[in-house]
Design a protein around this ligand. Structure first.
Ligand code: ADP
Ligand code: MG
Length: 322
């Protein structure tokens, strides 16, 4: 069973950034208004995520590290929405099976904090601890017990770059949450609670926001909102492309194609446009379980989505050129 856990973990926890993503999503699910991330050596040595969310009761601490245990399914109808959102209750258990993990938490309005340590997937007894209201998850020495996997990790700098990208993708979609990122003890990003435009500015650059065009389209249960570079904005880099479906960052060929085509239609030349766009649609219209790390999606009506995204972007570009 231990081996099975470690193999399954490889699917979910591809690298430090994948563990960080699971941890950040848990903090957001817990309603945190403030989230701090500490990394050491690109996340290989340490990933610590501290939040001021709802917390976990002492009795529930072992459950949080149990495979298939999730506090997020309460009824059959929940099960349906959970299926579409991709909650599996495997995130923390997977991380715990390939690291030394410490989970410390104090529920809101509770006077006491407790913690549980999992080493190599084995749980130690719950003990009293010191912690403000909220939760800290500390992941030390990722893959210390699976040297073959550890060998596949890239340099510290590369793993750090993946962690930083994950952090920024999530922070961009949650502007009202305060975020802090430290690497090797140094603060690398401090994001106060702010508006979406301010958050986009903090991550993609103020000059992008100042020159950007606002997309705001709505039709038949679909919305597309955000900013795209104006046709004259020249600093657009390949990396400055953020696309979200129902609040989650995705890399989607269909959307990328629709946006590129919207630009080409107006500008008549190939380029990689810069954008931060948020698409929403009813959850049953999209399957997010295509990939274990949930970065790819499949739309039920892909043609309709392509057209909607194309027109939403094309319209604002055409207005400025006309
Ligand atoms: P899932 O998020 O799919 O439920 P996880 O393995 O990621 O599964 O987490 C297991 C459980 O641990 C969650 O359902 C939640 O109850 C609890 N949990 C994990 N992280 C936090 C956190 N930061 N704050 C509050 N509860 C948490
Ligand atoms: Mg989770």
């Amino acid at each position: 069973d231990h081996l099975v856990n470690q193999i399954a973990a490889g699917e979910v926890v591809e690298r430090p950034a994948s563990a960080l993503k699971e941890m950040l999503e848990n903090s957001l699910d817990a309603g945190a208004g403030k989230i701090s991330v500490d990394l050491a050596q690109g996340g290989i040595k340490l990933i610590r995520v501290t939040d001021n969310g709802s917390g976990i009761a002492p009795d529930d601490l072992p459950l949080a590290l149990d495979r298939h245990a999730t506090s997020k399914i309460h009824s059959l109808s929940d099960l349906e929405s959970v299926a579409t959102l991709g909650f599996r209750g495997e995130g923390l258990a997977s991380v715990a099976s390939v690291s030394r993990l410490t989970l410390t938490s104090r529920p809101q309005d509770s006077a006491h904090a407790h913690q549980i340590v999992a080493i190599d997937g084995t749980l130690h007894p719950v003990e009293p601890a010191a912690h403000p209201e909220g939760t800290s998850v500390e992941v030390v020495d990722l893959y210390f017990n699976t040297p073959a996997r550890r060998k596949f990790l890239k340099s510290e700098a590369t793993e750090y770059a993946h962690c930083s990208a994950t952090f920024e993708r999530i922070a961009l979609a949650h502007p009202h949450v305060e975020f802090l990122l430290r690497h090797n003890g140094k603060v690398v990003q401090r994001l106060p609670a702010q508006t979406l435009a301010e958050r986009i500015g903090a991550i993609l650059g103020r000059d992008f926001v100042d020159a950007a065009l606002t997309v705001d389209a709505e039709a038949a249960g679909l919305t597309l909102r955000g900013l795209v570079a104006s046709p004259t904005y020249s600093k657009a880099s390949r990396d400055a492309q953020y696309f979200y479906v129902n609040g989650r960052f995705v890399r989607d060929k269909l959307a990328q194609h629709a946006i590129r085509q919207a630009f080409r239609d107006v500008l008549h030349h190939e380029r990689h446009p810069c954008y931060a766009l948020f698409l929403t649609l009813p959850p049953e219209g999209v399957d997010v379980n295509v990939h274990p790390t949930k970065i790819e999606v499949r739309f039920r009506e892909s043609q309709a989505i392509h057209q909607f995204v194309f027109h939403g972007v094309n319209k604002v570009l055409a207005n400025t050129v006309a």
